[in-house]
Design a protein around this ligand. Structure first.
Ligand code: ZN
Length: 161
């Protein structure tokens, strides 16, 4: 398992050091939505361009801890070019990935068995995003990992797409 955890750590560090889709988009046409995680002080600004029901472009601003930054970077890579419907499915699958751990970690301290691409994710392949699973052993960091996703979800709602 340690080999896998090393790989996951590498993926997270790679996204933190070389964030994808960092920057701003002109508003309008892009929608700008801010998110804040007071537990950690993470700030995220999501700029999203929706064209014909597709996430045609997405940029991330703001600042925060390595987990929040890496998660936001991975999110942009996961949803860019996808339809809104598919992007929402990825958001839901990712949040479910986090909730599974939120539910099963703690209590007696045992970790639930979870095969990353099992039935809980349906047809959604989270790919590198499963690297963030390890984060959720530390429940206080869950909001770091989900911040950008909740903000993107809010952006879709704001944009009425
Ligand atoms: Zn954080």
């Amino acid at each position: 398992m340690s080999g896998l955890e090393d790989l996951y750590r590498e993926i997270i560090l790679d996204h933190y050091r070389s964030p994808r889709n960092k920057g701003e988009l002109e508003t309008p046409p892009a929608h700008r939505t801010e998110g804040f995680n007071p537990l950690c002080g993470d700030e995220v600004v999501v700029y999203v361009d929706v064209t014909d029901g597709v996430v045609s472009d997405i940029k991330i601003g703001g600042q925060g801890c390595s987990i929040s930054q890496a998660s936001a970077s991975m999110m942009t890579a996961a949803v860019k070019g996808k339809s809104i419907d598919d992007a929402r499915k990825v958001i839901a699958a990712f949040k479910q990935l986090m909730m599974i751990h939120e539910t099963n970690v703690g209590g007696d301290g045992t970790e639930a068995e979870f095969d990353g691409d099992g039935e809980t994710n349906g047809e959604i392949d989270l790919g590198d995003l499963e690297a963030l699973q390890g984060v959720v052993k530390f429940p206080t960091r869950i909001k770091c990992a989900t911040l950008s996703w909740n903000t993107l979800s809010q952006a879709f709602d704001d944009a009425s797409v």
